[in-house]
Design a binder for this molecule. Structure first.
Ligand SMILES: N[C@@H](CCOP(=O)(O)O)C(=O)O
Length: 453
């Protein structure tokens, strides 16, 4: 399998290049040259079967089957349920896909555990060391710390926005004791952190010092690892006699999760539609409604992990909707980076709308949804999941699957404020309070980050 950049049509990379570069050299995002089709066995298989085939197809001959096996086994051993991603029925038409049964209680574990194991395999083979940067609005950083801490060949640098992640999310990152983890608290928002990661990846003298990459979902391996749960959910629905392909409502920040659903459909999974559910950080929803993709300052919300105004993976969708035209894609994102705003042409906008729609949910509606879900189903959900459930209630699709992306225990303050109850405990979060924290506060400027590095 070869990979090309969304800003350059030439298939010049293999899976390990995409994995160890993170971002393509021209600033574009890697995408596979073709979309592989899953076998009938995988489409009806369990999580391990699906994950092996998905990752094997994307790795091609760049990594051994044994390396893929090890990565998937590592993933499965960290989950507290054999189903890995259980599907709950909330009503006749509405289902909830729980993705938070892993070691950091968020969906990020599903891809991060695999990506870490594959990174280790690739580095062992090449004999290299790697500095990995990751920007986080809460969940990705915690998953990355858990997956990469103590890994010999990797130095992990995590950038989170100061005071804009939940206290539990922060502690998941900052209580790490491994020497290979550096936490930076950036005086800005998630979009600042992500901009800094992209600037670091493009920095010539850093690149000259050694390999650098990112484990944000700009990294193809991260995105690929999020495909299997759509395949498994589609089969779980079929086994329950639900034949119509479901519409998936995805709590959306960086748009990686929603794009993984798009990929799952391309690979043969029964996905009837995709709805990106966003909070009041709604640049994506406004782009799809008005045709103007415009940056805005992030508004703090209780669904902190979705406080993103410049979702990186939108570029992959634009590339596909533009007929895989790298020139058109480059023009859109260079304009957006330069001017902070770009107008999508009518043809592109129509094609984007054919692929995905977006619904924006405000704070009051999110809190109301948490109360409604508790009253109707006895479930306490996290604010991100509530955004998806509220969006799912606004659409008429049947069946509809909302993704439960994080455990409510990661957000006790928001839960208590909304439903006046404590969230149920999550054993993976026990013992965080009271442990010493380590992080360095930095200005949202490249020079400031370089000085700390
Ligand atoms: N919502 C994320 C932001 C980073 O997204 P990713 O898709 O790059 O992992 C978070 O919780 O950090």
């Amino acid at each position: 399998m070869r990979y090309l950049s969304t800003r350059d049509g030439r298939p010049e990379a293999d899976f390990t290049d995409a994995l160890l570069n993170g971002l393509a050299p021209d600033g574009g995002l890697y995408v596979p040259e073709t979309w592989p089709a899953l076998s009938a066995e995988a489409l009806s298989g369990d999580y391990g079967r699906v994950a092996r085939e998905v990752m094997g197809a994307f790795a091609g001959d760049a990594l051994s089957a044994a390396a893929i096996d090890r990565a998937v086994s590592r993933l499965l051993s960290g989950f507290d349920t054999p189903e890995v991603t259980p599907l709950l029925r909330l009503s006749d038409r509405l289902f909830l896909l729980e993705l938070h049964h892993g070691p950091t209680a968020a969906f990020k574990d599903l891809a991060m555990q695999v990506a870490a194991s594959l990174t280790e395999a690739a580095l062992e083979r090449s004999g290299e060391r790697l500095t990995l940067f990751v920007a986080t609005s809460g969940d990705t950083g915690a998953a990355a710390v858990r997956a990469f801490e103590g890994m010999n060949r990797v130095r992990l640098v995590v950038l989170h926005p100061l005071d804009r992640v939940s206290p539990i999310q922060r502690r998941q990152m900052t209580t790490a004791t491994a020497d290979n983890v550096l936490n930076l608290a950036v005086e800005g928002d998630f979009d600042d952190c992500q901009r800094l990661v992209k600037q670091l990846l493009a920095h010539e003298s850093l690149k000259a010092d050694g390999r650098i990459s990112s484990v944000n979902s700009i990294n193809w391996a991260r995105l690929a690892g999020q495909v299997p749960y759509y395949v498994v959910a589609a089969e779980a629905l079929r086994r329950r006699g639900v034949e119509a392909p479901a519409t998936y409502v995805v709590p959306t920040g960086n748009f990686g999760d929603a794009f993984a659903g798009w990929v799952a459909a391309r690979m043969g999974a029964a996905v009837g539609g995709l709805i990106a559910a966003v909070n009041r950080n709604d640049a994506l929803a406004r782009a799809l409604q008005t045709g103007v993709y415009a940056r805005a300052a992030a508004n703090p919300t209780m669904s902190v992990s979705m406080d993103v105004q410049a979702p990186s993976n939108f570029e992959r969708l634009v590339f596909e909707a533009a007929g895989r035209d790298p020139e058109r894609t480059r023009a859109v994102f260079e304009t957006f980076t330069r001017d902070g705003s770009v107008t999508l042409d009518d043809d592109l906008l129509r094609r984007l709308r054919d692929e995905v729609s977006a619904v924006s949910v405000g704070e009051a509606e999110t809190a109301q949804e948490m109360r409604r879900t508790l009253a109707e189903t006895d479930l306490i959900v996290c604010p991100h999941t509530a955004v998806a459930l509220a969006a799912a209630r606004r659409v008429e699709a049947v069946p509809v699957v909302a993704l439960a992306t994080a455990h409510p225990a990661k957000f006790p303050e928001a839960v208590k404020e909304s439903v006046h109850r404590e969230p149920p405990p999550a054993w993976v979060l026990e013992g965080l309070i009271g442990r010493p924290e380590r992080f360095t506060r930095v200005k949202p400027e490249l020079e400031a980050v370089l000085a700390v590095l």
